[in-house]
Unconditional design. Sequence first.
Length: 62
Amino acid sequence: MNDVQAEWHAYLAQMESVLGIALDEARRAELHLQFSRIAGMAAPLMALPLDNRLEIAGVYKA
């Protein structure tokens, strides 16, 4: 298991705990698969270099 897969497993376990739900192994595996697919689709966008003049997003300060 690589680090990214371990992170998804840890994330799912934390969300189960925070949300107070119990997932069976089949649902957990399906969520892991879907998160991996979403990450795969997002990877090219995340790898796109930004120009130094572009800000990623503004930060709200109260």
